[in-house]
Design a binder for this molecule. Structure first.
Ligand SMILES: Cc1ncc(COP(=O)(O)O)c(C=O)c1O
Length: 378
């Protein structure tokens, strides 16, 4: 046991971040629309292999702007994964759009493409996918359905910067994609987000709504034709994110190393399961997520959670499915899934993610793994 608190995730910073932050500060340009906003937008879009990037103040509003830019509105339905955080669902609810819940599949825990089509109705106007814990969704199957029904695909890639589907990067796999730059993400600006798309029209709509619907070009006469928002990211936040982007490949390698080490210690331990990495995927393992089968392991997820925090090891539970959210009781339409949501419910009851910082030291991974196996053999 190490006599030290191990947080579930910490950002990895160095001199480059300090230099960029001081530069942004010294430039005097601390609000939005600065040099670092431009650099982040250009370089992040290039990293995702798409044409346009739009920086915003967090990942939730990134999804909201994507929805506005696509012209979705009250009364529409959007297909969403049931095993998910509430973020994209909130963004739909802001507009009075109905989320239609589709169950996860059991290996990657992402939306199950085989269950999407039967949930499509005449009101369906888009499919929102979420690349969970860093694993890309099965995009060929999803794109085929989307094309057949003429639906745009929103990629919520908040947890999947740099993830790849058949060699193509997350962010380039749908019509428009959104990222979060919250502190626990692979790269961060503290709070922040980026929207990427190949469509100039969609990117410009996002920029327009982001900035209170001031005209993109031309004088500011304070005449507003639509409802807009202040969803801008500051130049200082952009400087931090831009410096982080310069080292993203190392940060992803760090997350993959952490996952490989946990697997080396824990794979085969009775009752412990891992999120799968499909042969066509590069999972960035934003977080190393495990499940505890209480029958096989002889203890419950909550027991492990307590055991680890007693040893100063912080963990987080996996998402509670949208089928269990009180706020959604009257807002959602489930997909007619008679079997309910067994995969999502299993993950909510038995899933947990382990400390996963990119720089997490080997000895800490070992100590955490020992703490877990101790409980298995006790
Ligand atoms: C899948 C997913 N989507 C969206 C978001 C929202 O991002 P933010 O916290 O930056 O608003 C998060 C945040 O953790 C997320 O995990």
């Amino acid at each position: 046991m190490l006599n030290e608190f191990i947080p579930v995730c910490e950002p990895t910073y160095g001199l480059e971040e300090r230099t960029a932050l001081i530069d942004a500060f010294d430039s005097g340009w601390v609000s939005s629309g600065g040099e670092y906003n431009d650099k982040l937008e250009t370089d992040f879009a290039a990293y995702c292999h798409v044409k346009h990037g739009v920086s915003v103040c967090n990942g939730t509003v990134a999804i909201h702007l994507a929805i506005r830019a696509l012209g979705l509105s009250a009364g529409d339905e959007v297909i969403v994964p049931n095993h998910n955080g509430i973020y994209g669902i909130y963004a739909l609810m802001y507009e009075g759009i109905t989320p239609v819940l589709v169950e996860a599949e059991g290996l990657t825990w992402n939306i199950d493409p085989d269950l999407i089509e039967r949930s499509i109705t005449s009101k369906t106007k888009a499919i929102m996918v979420v690349h969970l814990y860093g694993h890309p969704c099965d995009m060929d199957a999803i794109s085929e359905i989307a094309e057949k029904h003429g639906l745009p695909v929103i990629e919520d890639a908040a947890q999947a910067h740099g993830a790849e589907y058949k060699g193509r990067r997350a962010g380039s796999l749908g019509t428009i994609a959104t990222f979060s730059l919250f502190a626990n993400k692979v790269i961060t600006s503290g709070e922040g987000g980026v929207i990427v798309t190949d469509s100039e029209e969609l990117a410009n709509k996002c920029r327009y709504y982001r900035n209170q619907c001031f005209p993109l070009n031309g004088p500011r006469h304070f005449i507003h034709e639509d409802i807009g928002y202040n969803y801008r990211m500051t130049n200082v936040q952009a400087a931090l994110a831009w410096a982080q982007l310069g080292k993203i490949d190392d940060l992803i390698d760090g997350r993959r190393r952490v996952n490989a080490e946990y697997r080396r210690h824990l794979e085969g331990v009775p009752g412990i399961g891992f999120q799968h990495e499909m042969s066509w995927a590069k999972n960035i393992f934003w977080m190393t997520a495990i499940t505890i089968d209480p029958v096989e392991a002889g203890f419950k997820r909550n027991d492990l959670e307590r055991h680890l925090i007693d040893q100063q090891i912080q963990t987080r539970r996996l998402f509670v499915g949208m089928n269990q959210q009180p706020v959604l009781e009257t807002e959602t339409q489930d997909s007619g899934e008679e079997a309910g949501f067994p995969v999502s419910d299993f993950l909510a009851d038995n899933g947990l993610y382990l400390p996963s910082s990119s720089h997490l030291e080997q000895e800490k991974i070992e100590a955490i793994s020992v703490a877990i196996t101790e409980l298995v053999s006790s």
